[in-house]
Design a protein around this ligand. Sequence first.
Ligand code: ADP
Ligand code: MG
Length: 237
Amino acid sequence: ELDVVEYRKNLAIRVSGVDVPKPIKAFADCGFSNVLMNAIAKQGYEKPTPIQCQALPIVLSGRDVIGIAKTGSGKTAAFILPMVVHIMDQPELKKEEGPIGMICAPTRELAHQIYLEAKKFAKPHGLRVAAVYGGMSKHEQFKELKAGSDIVVATPGRLIDLLKMKALTMLRATFLVLDEADRMFDLGFEPQIRAIVGQVRPDRQTLLFSATMPRKVERLAREGLTDPIRVTVGEVG
Ligand code: ADP
Ligand code: MG
């Protein structure tokens, strides 16, 4: 099954997979809480970007996603908004058991950007976001994680260090995002990523984003995702 939607000249979105949920046209089609709708408006986001139109209903339905798109397409909100909904749907929040949402990104700069975007949508719901990356005090991060968090944004190396220090557990994690997977592999994080994926319960929801899909990343997607829907944004013609 292959759907190709052309949004504007030379920019096409291909969606492939079984039982693909229909794209949305507006944030109001997503069934978001008023709190979340207000946070979106406050960000100045009037309508979803093309990848958000396709990906939001898919991620909200609980499906795994492989998202292939260059930077600047609005991928962060496409996973943060459904992550917040996923967490708010959990029956009881026992923060000491570790985060529910786990996001891995290749560099501290990217992790920090995601952290800022995550806070905008998570904080209005009272959710706590922690950022974990090199260049910040490990001791401070240890204390922050110990205090409890619902979402953790991390670079793979520092996350592994803090898992070894038992600053957090993955017991409660059910929503895993691997952002810019190709760059994480380029930076040599494959072993750390495999270790992290191996620690998150297999019935999790997993999203993998990458600008390119080299063989190694395809293999990770095949091994780590379940019946994924592939959303590709790309130039054509
Ligand atoms: P990507 O991860 O695909 O590189 P980002 O999630 O970082 O893209 O988004 C790129 C920029 O677009 C950011 O400045 C973000 O705030 C903005 N943005 C995201 N979604 C929307 C939207 N629906 N409307 C307007 N701007 C948006
Ligand atoms: Mg991004």
